[in-house]
Design a protein around this ligand. Sequence first.
Ligand code: GUN
Length: 296
Amino acid sequence: MTAARIDGKAFSEKLVASITVRVAQLKEAHDIVPGLAVILVGEDAASEVYVRNKGERTTQSGMRSIEHRLPAETTQADLLSLIEEMNADDAIDGILVQLPLPKQIDSHAVIQAINPAKDVDGFHVVNAGLLATGQDALIPCTPYGCLMLLIDHIGDLAGKHAVILGRSNIVGKPMAQLLLAANATVTIAHSRTPDIPAICREADIIIAAVGRPEMVRGDWIKKGAIVIDVGINRIPAPERGEGKFRLTGDVHYAEAEQVASAITPVPGGVGPMTIACLLRNTLVAACRRRGLSSDV
Ligand code: GUN
């Protein structure tokens, strides 16, 4: 058996197309253009790529993209005052501060300074709390994208045993909340969990979000399980020539596809869903702030 490839790229394109239609309707009916502000501090190469992609996709969907690139030595006070300005700016519906931030800045303080209604990352404690208590929240984009792919692929998740590898605030913890809300049975494993392979073998669904290239091997996976690979790791690829790199996930794809029933590739799986969900959150934030429906 070879696993089905879960095509996150194709799914995200359909989602972005429906968002684009709703954005055009908002402009037509209410003269509203949702605005997404992205703040990048310093010059992290991976962050540069993400921020550029976010800006391009935002504009393509008909929304307004506002980018602030600040020097690596920016103080926390300066960043907080920029966020205050954006909180007060009615043309800005979403505020995203790209992580990680330079060491002199406390990322928790920065996230808590964002108006929760504009927190399109869903990282503010208000949104984390709303999600944890089953209320309307802005939902972190990567786990939201994973959930959409899972539901699209298997439908009802009730009673499925999902094992999440990784306990970050960005993926692991909100992923657990979303799966619980969908009536799955959830286990979170992390760096201090003994015998992770044995735990994975019990899983109907594995979500790998640890940032360790190809950590999940074929013999960790129960036959027929579904594997969602959140990792995007850049590793040396001497077979492609000297000094070349390739992208790989947290799952050993070639082994996993012999056992799983479905798996997300890297690239082209979860990655494109994250940006699509960010656009969706920006649209939702723009509509909620004005009491309009955001249905897409
Ligand atoms: N860095 C890595 N992933 C993310 C994300 O989803 N949001 C933000 N703001 N920064 C990130």
